[in-house]
Structures are given as C-alpha cells and as structure tokens.
Design a protein around this ligand. Structure first.
Ligand code: HEC
Ligand code: HEC
Length: 640
C-alpha cells in the first residue's frame, strides 16, 4: 500500500528543459564527452595544493587505493594515496561539492551549487581526473548512495524534499528511474540491500524505505530524535544503525539539566532490518527502547551480558530487538553524532562531530571508547581491506587516518589537505556554531537545535522569553539578519544581544565572558540566507496570473500590515490570539521568506500545516478567510 504522504511524481526517461539540455550539451563539449576515446578526454584542471585555501572537506570515498575527499567550500576533490598517506593531487571540479562516492570503477560527486551529479574517472595512479558525464538533479543535492554492484544511484535533495533514483550504465551515463517526493527534507541516504534505499530527515527524526528501482515508498518510520547524521547497516546483526540527537522539550536549559544530559541526548539507535519490512505496525524507535550506555562496563548492561558475549550478534530480550545507546555521561558530552562505518568484523566507528572525536567499539556488545581526530569530523569511510578508516575533518582541512586492528583502534596519522588561509570573522563564527564544546561539557552545539542554521522543528524551553514552562519552537536562523527584533516576543533589539543570551542560557556556556564568541557568531548568522520555498524548490511555480491574485488576497486580507517588506515581517509585536502557557500574548510576526520549509508553525508549533495556520482563524477570528482565499494564500506562501 502506498503510504499517504508519499507521492511518486515522476518515473520516466529524463526530459530536460531545452535550456538545461543546451547548457549540459555545451558543458559536455567543453569538458569531456563520454563518447570520446579515453585518450582524447581533457583532464580537469588541477589546483596547486600548496596554495592557502579553505577546502572544508565534507565527504570521502576510496577507489583503487586512493582516498578522494569532496571539499565543500572550494568545490575541489583531493586525492590522497592510501599507502604513502600523502596528497597526490587536487582538482577544481565545481563551485561547491556536497558528497562523493565510489562505484568501484568510477567516482560520483554532487555539485550542490548547480544541482548536478558528476561522473568522474581517475586516471592511472590518480594523476588525472576526467569528467565523463553530468546529470541535472533537483536543487540542493546533499547526499548520495550507490548500490553494491554500482548500477543504481540514489541522491537526496534537501529543499525539494525529494530522492532521485538513477541507473548508471557501463559508459558512466546516468538514466533517471524515478523521482520521489517525501514529506520531510532528506539528507542521509543508504542502500540497505541491493534494491532498497533508506533515507533520513535532515532536521527531524523521520525516515523512509524506498524501492530503488520503482521509487515506491515501502515504509515510513521514525526515531525518537532529530538531526539524523549517520546511517549504516551492521551486516553481523542485520540491523540499521541511526545516529541522532534527542531534545527533551519539556525540560529547561539550566546547568543541572544540561549537566545530567536531561536536556539533550546523543545516541545511536539500532533497529533489526527484518522489523522494518515485517507486516508489523509502522516501526518506530520509541522512547524507552532498551538502553545501554557508552561507559557501562561488561556486566552492567541492561541487556543480558552473557548472551551478548557468546553470540556474534548482540542478544536482545525477546520481542523487541531494538536498542538505543546514549553516548556520553555527565562531564563528557558527545554533541552532534554523525557518520557511521561498520566493518565485516563488527567494529563500529561513529564520528562525534561536535567534540572532534570518533567513538568506536570492536564488537556490537561492547561499550564505545573514543579517540581524538581533527576539527569537526564529518564523514568516515573504510579502505577496501577494512584495515584503515579515513575521517574527513571539515574545519581544519585534514584527513585523520585510523588503523583498525582487532585489538586496537588508533589514529595512525593526520594528512593536511593543504595550507589554510586566514578565516574571516563569519568563518570563525561558523566553526563556533558547530562546536559542541561551546556548550556545557560538549553536550550540543547551536546546530543541535538550529540544524545547519535552520530549525530541528522542535520546542525548547530556553528562557528566550524569560519564563519557564512555555517552551518555544526553535526559530530558523536562515535569513535572520533581516527579521529583527529577535526572539518570538521580539525582546531582543540587537542580534548580538540574542546570541549572548543563547550562549549563556541555551548553551550554558562555561567560557569566560571575554571568550564568548558573540561577534563571530553574529557575523556568521548574518550570512545565512532563507531557503527557497517548496514550490520554487520543486520547480512547480504557479501561473503568474494566479500568483498575482494570491498577492492581492495577501494585501487585502491585511497580512501585509504585519508581514511587510522584503523579509515579510515588522518591528512590532501583536496579539494574534495565540497565547503561551505563561500568559504572554504579544509576539513578533515571523518573516515569511522560506516559511513553507519550517513547520510546525507558530511559537508553540501548534499548526502542523500551513493550511492549519490559515484555517485556525489566520490569527484573526473576526474575519475568517474563505476557501478560495486560503487556496490562493497557500499557493503564495509555498513560493516565498
Ligand atoms: C536547546 C536548543 C537551542 C540551542 C542549543 C540554541 N538555540 Fe537559539 N533558539 C532556540 C529557541 C527555542 C529559540 C526561540 C526562543 C524564544 O524566542 O523564546 C531560539 C532563538 C534564537 C535566535 C532568535 C532568532 C529570531 O529570529 O528571533 C537566535 C539568533 C538564536 N537562537 C541563535 C542561537 C545561537 C547562536 C546558538 C548557539 C550559541 C543557539 N541559538 C543555540 C533554541 C536553541
Ligand atoms: C496583526 C498582525 C498580523 C497579521 C494581520 C497577520 N499576521 Fe501572520 N503572524 C503574526 C504573528 C504575531 C505571528 C506569530 C504568532 C505566534 O506564533 O505566536 C504570525 C505568524 C504567521 C505564520 C507562521 C509563521 C511561523 O514561522 O510559524 C504565518 C504563515 C503567517 N503568520 C501568515 C499570515 C498570513 C497569510 C496573514 C494574512 C491572512 C497574516 N499572517 C496576517 C502577525 C500577523
């Protein structure tokens, strides 16, 4: 049965608009048409790796004994030789890159600046890199997965909330199989077997299993958590591992509650794959799944330790099979757990992006230990023989090489991808935004709530409003420069003032006053742009005449009295009939740019759809909107 929310919107041969066809054709002529004999293909331009730059590697893949890193900021790919552990070459590939994967024969990379899948072929000993082919994708492609035989490719696209499925032929041409719309903005994507793709929410805790050839959504499920940044299959236990965070919206951001890990937990969930595809009701990792702790020793597991020790797969109490490993204990937080890699011999590596560490265990029944790596480890991949793991560190342009021995896991060396240039204030701020050590004991970063500057969609009681017991929806910071005054109640007249409060209260930062990174954080926040509306992202813009009518309704219904100007907000606060638990009645109208991308809506998340926002009396009970006005306003809001 097709789940209610999923819609297969396209299953056909690629039909590109004429202009895209023309550009693609032109680009292929300029670069490297797949039809040309190998000898005549022009290699991509190299970059002098000794020039200071800002690469910000975000992903890595191994092909023929070479590690290739996708560098997000420089749009380059760096090749590191796996035996000498030194940089061989660096090529300029695109304006920006978001992922790289190996098919076993070719390299695939995502150009997220222009929305393309790049099919690349390294020359002998990675001295050259050729662009064989490129395929247009929906906007903002963020992650990429390849089936084990290299024949199927799945790409997640963030703002269009879609997955693109492609077949890759032997010449490196990609053919569109299906494009699947999802009810959430996806990021991590993984083949769980030959023909099933698991795709996870970038902000919240939703996941979907999709048939990789037909694009049919097989199942929707969810984890008790948000910010899913790691997905892996453990072949030994035949389970799906999911790393994420869990925010308790009903608690306050006080010292004690952060200290004890009550406010924000970081964890690794494990779900037997058979449960996912059984006829049982929709799988969901519920609160209260059996828990084990990173630092618990052998006998103190809540699971049966004897069974765990003797069985290759960890034992589970009958009936459940799911478990959740909270990472971190008081004074040792583990903010922003990320990518996961599992070896055939059951070693699991999990990057802790916010604390610059990698957690590892050499068997599924053992607790995790930790090693330090570079700044903001973002992704991990394994060498073909699984004796080495490579971790890309986004904020210091480096690759940590970890040796995996049955009895020891240790950093062998760190490879610098090239010298780094001086950072701007905003770039320093970006690093602080993603640094869990800014918070008390490293439990979480700004990104843990404001995911990549957006929102995790949850409520938190951060006293932004100076009272307890009235948790507020985490506000998206995309476009925050122009939406002041800040906080739901508009109490912060300066962005710096809000950042100061966020550091002291939301983060319970223990940094000395003069070390609080207020200016850099504010400089970074000012660079964040609103996301494209869902209609623009999906290239489903309405007829200009209808849009014109919708704008008229917006104006005539008085919306523009409070949502005005470029950012569609005003400086004042208003009572629109939505009061909080503590009796606060006046709120600052949120800017509406990108509003379709950030549900649930209102300060307490009470509206679960934009239609709810408008039907709930559109915050003016006295003159409700009629159906035709609502329809037009919805069309408009989805374009903003
Ligand atoms: C525990 C979750 C959480 C963390 C961590 C967090 N915030 Fe927030 N943030 C919120 C919530 C909730 C609000 C809305 C509070 C209110 O208005 O009452 C908010 C509001 C804001 C606003 C106001 C936005 C606007 O448009 O009015 C800014 C700016 C902000 N946070 C920045 C930061 C920065 C910078 C950090 C890290 C230093 C951070 N936050 C950490 C939850 C969080
Ligand atoms: C009197 C001022 C005022 C008018 C008029 C007004 N709004 Fe609002 N709007 C607000 C305020 C204040 C909020 C925040 C309310 C809250 O969450 O407590 C809001 C919230 C919203 C939200 C949710 C934003 C979010 O991020 O949660 C949307 C969407 C919205 N308004 C659209 C409209 C539309 C469409 C109209 C016209 C039909 C309209 N508004 C008219 C003041 C106004």
């Amino acid at each position: 049965m097709k789940p209610r929310h999923s819609k297969l919107i396209r299953r056909q041969k690629p039909r590109l608009p004429a202009i895209t066809k023309f550009i693609t054709a032109l680009a292929l002529v300029i670069t490297a048409p797949a039809t040309l004999p190998a000898g005549q293909r022009s290699p991509l331009p190299t970059i002098d790796a000794s020039t200071p730059g800002l690469r910000m590697p975000i992903d890595a893949a191994v092909l023929d004994g070479t590690v290739f890193t996708a560098n997000s900021r420089s749009g380059s790919i760096t090749a590191v030789d796996q035996s000498s552990l030194s940089v061989i070459n660096e090529w300029k590939v695109a304006a920006a890159l978001s992922a790289v994967e190996s098919t076993g024969r070719l390299l695939l990379a995502l150009d997220d600046a222009t929305g393309k899948l790049l099919v690349l072929k390294p020359g002998p000993a990675a001295r050259e890199l050729h662009l064989l082919n490129q395929h247009s994708l929906p906007l903002s492609p963020v992650d990429l997965a390849v089936s084990s035989d290299g024949g199927l490719v799945a790409v997640s696209s963030l703002w269009p909330a879609s997955v693109t499925l492609l077949a890759l032929d032997s010449t490196g041409q990609a053919h569109l199989q299906a494009e699947v719309s999802l009810p959430f903005s996806p990021r991590r994507i993984l083949f769980s077997d030959c023909c099933t793709v698991i795709v996870a929410d970038s902000f919240g805790g939703r996941l979907a299993a999709v048939d990789a050839t037909s694009g049919r959504v097989l199942r929707h499920f969810s984890v008790h958590g948000h910010n899913i940044r790691g997905l892996a299959v453990n072949p030994r236990t035949d389970s799906l591992l999911v790393s994420c965070q869990t925010l308790d919206s009903s608690t306050f951001t006080t010292y004690e509650r952060v200290f004890w890990g009550v406010l924000m937990q970081n964890g690794l969930h494990s779900l037997p794959l058979k449960d996912l595809f059984s006829a049982a009701p929709q799988a969901s990792f519920v609160k209260g799944a059996d828990e084990r702790n990173e630092f618990q020793q052998g006998g103190s597991y809540t699971l049966n330790p004897d069974a765990a020790a003797s069985a290759p797969a960890y034992a589970q109490p009958a009936g459940t099979g799911r478990s959740r490993y909270p990472l971190g204990t008081p004074s040792i937080g583990s903010g922003d757990p990320g990518n996961i890699a599992v070896t055939h011999s059951d070693t699991t590596l999990l990057v802790l992006s916010g604390t610059d560490q990698v957690a590892f265990r050499t068997a599924s029944h053992l607790p995790f230990e930790r090693i330090h790596v570079g700044k903001r480890p973002e992704s991990v991949c394994l060498s073909a023989d699984q004796e080495l793991a490579f971790v890309v560190n986004r904020f210091d342009d480096s690759l940590s090489v970890i040796s995996l021995q049955p009895d020891s896991v240790a950093v062998r060396t760190t490879v610098a991808l090239g010298p780094m240039r001086q950072l701007t204030a905003a770039e320093v701020g970006e690093q602080k935004f993603y640094d869990a050590r800014v918070s008390l004991d490293g439990w979480y970063s700004c990104h843990s709530c404001h995911t990549d500057g957006h929102t995790n969609g949850l409520l938190a009681d951060t006293f932004g409003d100076e009272d307890r017991g009235a948790p507020k929806k985490v506000i998206s910071l995309l476009g925050v420069a122009t939406t002041g005054p800040w906080a739901w109640n508009g109490s912060k007249k300066q962005l710096e003032e809000q950042v100061h409060t966020s550091l002291l209260i939301s983060m319970q930062s223990q940094l000395a006053t003069e070390q609080l990174p207020i200016e850099p954080l504010a400089a970074y926040l000012r660079t964040l742009q609103p996301p494209p509306g869902i209609a623009a992202s999906r290239k489903q813009l309405p007829d200009p005449q209808i849009l014109q009518q919708a704008r008229l309704v917006f104006r005539n219904s008085g919306c523009s009295n409070c949502h005005a100007g470029e950012s569609l907000t005003t400086d004042d606060v208003f009572d629109v009939g939505i009061h909080d638990e503590q009796g606060e009645t006046n709120f600052n109208p949120p800017g509406l740019a990108g509003v379709s991308q950030r549900g649930p809506w209102f300060h307490d998340g009470r509206a679960t759809s934009l239609e709810d926002v408008l039907r709930s009396g559109h915050h003016d009970q006295s003159s409700p909107l009629n159906d035709s006005q609502i329809r037009l306003l919805l069309i408009l809001l989805e374009t903003l």
